[in-house]
Design a binder for this molecule. Structure first.
Ligand code: DX5
Ligand code: ZN
Length: 225
């Protein structure tokens, strides 16, 4: 309960023609982070954006940029995305052959290092690097698209991850983030299972009133902070 709970709207569901307008809107409404989904059409069956767009977003960001790399061979792109302005850079454990090296590389750039796990990936796959991480991103959908349904088993995974961190005395140094299918209506159970950062794409941008939705979500997060 000690860490401040954060909201990270995913700009994947924003209006790309009016990206600056949408980013400004959610920042002014109280978003804590900008979640930026990078997809390569290989690790996931969808393509999104590259370093020049992250750099452009960084130019208008007033909150940290949380860059989620859903790409093969993430080691090859660490420099490009750090230099573009990532404040958090997250790679997938399934895609990083030399995970420990990639984490150290990200940290050497002065950027917070995150590792993400797909829904099928055992928590034990990151056990040996837990002490090196700033962020653990638990996927609550299969990555690739916005607007999917939250996978219920994620709640149990969150509880087990929290236990793993507690047993190692790492709860205060690693943030836990949840990504996929998070909406106002299921946020309470996600927070109760133990998470610090909630990503929400369609839950924010497809709401009737995205500004009010950010405010409502932030009010709920404050209750658990
Ligand atoms: C999915 C992305 C998510 C996505 C979340 O692959 O990593 O960040 O944008 O979108 P919603 O909240 O709509 O599930
Ligand atoms: Zn994401």
């Amino acid at each position: 309960m000690s860490k401040q709970k954060k909201l990270a709207p995913s700009i994947l569901s924003a209006d790309f023609v009016n990206l600056e307008r949408d980013i400004t809107m959610i920042q002014n409404a109280g978003a804590d982070l900008l979640h930026i989904d990078v997809m390569d059409g290989h690790f996931v069956p969808n393509l999104t954006l590259g370093p020049p767009i992250v750099k452009a977003i960084k130019g208008i960001a007033t909150v940290p940029c949380d860059v989620h790399l859903m790409i093969s061979n993430p080691a090859e792109f660490v420099d490009a995305y750090c230099d573009a302005g990532a404040d958090y850079l997250t790679v997938h454990v399934e895609a990083a052959t030399h995970l420990h090296r990639v984490i150290q590389h990200i940290k050497s750039k002065g950027v917070k290092a995150g590792v993400s796990l797909n829904p099928h990936t055992p928590l034990s796959s990151i056990e040996e690097v837990l002490g090196d991480l700033d962020l653990i991103l638990i996927m609550s959908v299969n990555p690739g698209f916005g607007g999917q349904s939250f996978i219920p088993n994620t709640l149990d995974r969150l509880r087990r991850l929290n236990k793993m961190l507690e047993e190692r005395g790492l709860s205060d140094q690693v943030e836990i983030e949840i990504d996929g299918g998070a909406k106002y209506d299921n946020m309470a159970e996600i927070l109760e299972a133990g998470t610090d950062i909630i990503v929400s794409g369609s839950g924010v941008f497809k709401a009737d009133d995205p500004v009010q939705m950010v405010k409502d979500m932030k009010a709920l997060l404050a209750k658990y902070s």
